[in-house]
Design a protein around this ligand. Structure first.
Ligand code: NAD
Length: 255
């Protein structure tokens, strides 16, 4: 068991298809006690049920990253349940649907701001609040996508926000390394989830991943969960500030 006796927080569970839930399952199977967080009351019941099905006393708590007040409130409840945290997985993002349809050149000021605030700034906002809970070190992992470094049709402002997220991983890794806290990203291949359903023409992206990746198949959320376990476990103890591609090798291909 790679995470026996460890405590972790998994941010961004919406339903059983969420990459966050796959990370929670993988971590719990490796012995960790996890707190699953969800955005709001609408998701509460479903996520509580998902947590109840996991081993080692997993629970679910609300955490909206959209304001400092909501984050502070969430961390009061988190701290009460888990005064000491070994790892966290940040698996959440948001962009307005209209920003994921047309051209990037039409991005609105408000659309740019909200995508960056929720999808990128939230990593630093969470890291700040984790510091007192990780006095002896820890590991933080976030979820990115190839659209951070290559142009993916319709990914638009979310690609730019993921670039900010990957840069944030490097800056946070540099800040937190001396405290023995590691920060990494997983760049996952396309997976059908609630968030992915907002991206227009997502099925083309899925088909291309299946037909053009070196492994000639799509990837599953459980495979991202396993990579997240690696990145929060001692097996990756010398790795920080990096982006690990879990995409069947798609990112190395040209055409
Ligand atoms: P998902 O819809 O299951 O998860 C997205 C989560 O973000 C949801 O739980 C949602 O509630 C949460 N969220 C949105 N706004 C929030 C806010 N203000 N406060 C708190 N939470 C908020 O979809 P997913 O595909 O599992 O997405 C998880 C992460 O994985 C995202 O960062 C996404 O960009 C990334 N990712 C997804 C894919 C894919 O193909 N599905 C590929 C690469 C990366």
């Amino acid at each position: 068991m790679l995470l026996k006796g460890r405590n972790g927080i998994i941010f961004g569970v919406a339903n059983k298809r969420s990459i966050a839930f796959a990370c929670a399952q993988a971590a719990a199977e490796q012995g960790a006690r996890v707190i699953l967080t969800y955005q709001g009351e609408r998701l509460a019941e479903g996520v509580r049920e998902l947590a109840a099905g996991l081993p080692n006393g997993a629970i679910a708590l609300p955490c909206d990253v959209g304001s400092d007040a909501a984050l502070d409130e969430a961390f009061v409840a988190i701290t009460k349940e888990m005064p000491s945290v070994d790892f966290a997985v940040h698996s959440l993002a948001f962009a307005q649907r209209e920003e994921l349809e047309g051209e990037f050149v039409q991005t609105s000021r408000a659309g740019f701001a909200i995508a960056h605030e929720i999808s990128a700034y939230s990593l630093a906002a969470i890291a700040q609040r984790l510091l007192p809970l990780m006095p002896n070190g820890g590991a933080l992992v976030t979820m990115s996508y190839l659209g951070a470094v290559r142009v993916v049709p319709h990914y638009n402002v979310m690609g730019v926000a993921k670039a900010a997220l990957e840069a944030s991983v490097r800056y946070l890794a540099a800040d937190l390394g001396p405290r023995n806290i590691r920060v990494n990203a997983i760049s996952a291949g396309p997976i059908r989830t609630l968030a992915a359903s907002g991206i227009s023409d997502f099925s083309t992206v899925l088909t291309l991943a299946k037909t053009r990746s070196p492994l000639r198949r799509g990837i599953e959320a459980s495979e991202v969960g396993d990579a997240a376990v690696f990145l929060v476990s001692d097996l990756s103890r010398a790795i920080t500030g990096d982006v690990l591609y879990v995409d069947g090798g798609f990112h190395i291909t040209s055409f």
